[in-house]
Design a protein around this ligand. Structure first.
Ligand code: HEM
Length: 434
């Protein structure tokens, strides 16, 4: 199966087909007109904006923005990331709703390689589009939107948008976890935008344009660039390497595992609240890798830390990358071949079949830390049905016992509800806001 075939089915509706009918019934058809005015955008209802077919050419292909699920989750991971978390600064629900409408239209346009808004042809006004992506291919851009717990009101503060009763129980703030060294300036947020593309400038243009459109309604809270995907999310992709030099994504959930995605990633057809059906939950963690310390560790220690061979990616005690991991195997001296504190042992779902994740992270480097050390690492992103049973359960084990802890620091954190995908004429989060 080629990567193109995988992409084509990635956001498709699961069987049975009743799902989309229910979704369409619950979100209605189309939004009313609006004039947001922010950042020079005055966008009326764009009746002409229909789902366009992805471009067939391989280089710079476009991916469907519209679909039952949002793109950017079960989409073979692109090479680049621009992630941004926003805070909503308006108190008006109608302004939040209008923003999501305009964001949806702009995102759909950018994903087919069009400017964020149609040109108004007025040389006396700022150009409708900022211009840096003109002439660049769509580069498989996906834009995935999420809602943070704080959008639904904080304990002890007013429920700004009247959404508290619609907050899914799965969208708890993440609890303090062992080993956390979180920086508030890299954590949280009311809204998330994950832009992934094969071209960094295309991903940047997406986030910049959405921030520009949102002026007066949202402010950027923090953002993160990523390069070199650290997970394969499809069997058609080769497993990439993270900055520790290890293959990352071997035992990831893969897009081809539709049944497992249904069990572990997508919110089910009978889940409550209903606006999340077909959605998912994202956890993002900025994990700094103490690269200089890691680089001084002997190869044997590095491999014992992960539980796999560095070059081949094979589990310790096995021959090749995709061989099954045997956690019960003992050496001649009776010691476990995959050590008790190895990352793959503690992260493994064997002891808890509920705890599988779709990992979709990226490497990052943010210059140096003031002491001459690289501030680089892994921007870990994962998708799941319930972060409490999945990410939190795994990270409790990892944070307490993982041999990797000697070499990493979790410096940023956020959790978001990822609403379902959008039909042409609808907008992201419509089920929540209407
Ligand atoms: C800098 C931090 C991290 C690094 C460098 C790292 C690296 C790796 C590597 C090299 C593998 C083996 C290849 C594979 O199966 O993908 C792996 C597996 C895995 N990691 Fe991580 N990881 C990190 C953080 C995390 C975190 C925070 C979680 C979740 C809380 C996590 C969950 C997993 C899971 C579920 C597996 C698959 C285990 C299995 O079933 O075999 N990792 N990781």
């Amino acid at each position: 199966v080629s990567e193109e075939q995988v992409e084509a089915s990635a956001h498709a509706e699961p069987e049975p087909r009743v799902g989309r009918r229910q979704l369409l019934a619950s979100i209605g058809a189309g939004g009313a007109g609006l004039a947001l005015g922010a950042g020079g955008f005055a966008v009326g209802r764009e009746r002409g904006l229909e789902a366009r077919r992805p471009q067939p050419s391989l280089a710079g292909r476009s991916l469907d923005f519209f679909g039952y699920h949002q793109a950017g989750i079960a989409t073979p991971a692109q090479d680049r990331l621009h992630f941004a978390a926003f805070d909503v600064v308006t108190e008006r629900r109608s302004e939040l709703r209008d923003l999501l409408r305009v964001w949806t239209r702009a995102a759909a346009r950018m994903c087919v390689g069009d400017p964020a808004a149609p040109d108004r042809g007025n040389p006396l006004a700022p150009p409708a589009d900022t211009g840096e992506a003109i002439g660049l291919p769509p580069a498989r851009l996906t834009i995935t939107f999420g809602f943070g717990p704080s959008l639904f009101g904080r304990p002890g503060s007013a429920d700004r948008f009247g959404l508290a009763a619609l907050r899914p129980p799965e969208l708890d703030e993440l609890p303090p976890l062992p080993g956390d060294e979180l920086e508030p300036r890299r954590s949280g947020g009311d809204l998330a935008v994950q832009a992934c593309a094969d071209d960094q400038q295309v991903a940047f243009h997406a986030v910049r344009s959405l921030a520009r459109i949102g002026r007066g309604v949202v402010v950027l809270r923090w953002s993160q660039l990523g390069f070199g995907r650290t997970s394969s999310t499809s069997r058609a992709q080769e497993t990439p390497r993270n900055l520790m030099g290890f293959k990352d994504g071997t035992n990831n959930l893969k897009i081809e595992d539709q049944k497992l995605l249904g069990e572990h990633v997508w919110v089910g057809e009978s889940a409550e609240p209903g606006w999340m059906r077909g959605g998912s939950y994202m956890v993002a963690r900025r994990i700094r890798i103490l690269i200089e310390v890691w680089d001084r560790a002997p190869l044997e220690d590095q491999e014992a830390t992960i539980g796999r061979r560095k070059v081949s990616g094979a589990p310790l005690g096995a021959g090749t990358e995709f061989d099954a991991v045997d956690l019960d195997m003992k050496s001649g001296t009776g010691k476990p071949v995959v050590p008790d504190d190895a990352h793959i042992r503690l992260a493994s779902p064997v002891s808890n079949s509920d705890a599988m994740l779709l990992r979709r992270g990226y490497s990052f480097t943010d210059g140096i830390d003031g002491r001459g050390q690289l501030d680089a690492g892994l921007f870990f992103i994962c998708f799941q049905r319930d972060p409490r049973r999945q990410f939190v359960a795994i990270q409790r084990r990892l944070g307490a016992h993982d041999a990797l802890n000697e070499y990493i620091r979790h410096t940023g954190s956020a959790v978001f509800a990822i609403p379902p995908g959008v039909s042409p004429g609808g907008y992201v989060g419509q089920g929540l806001l209407e």
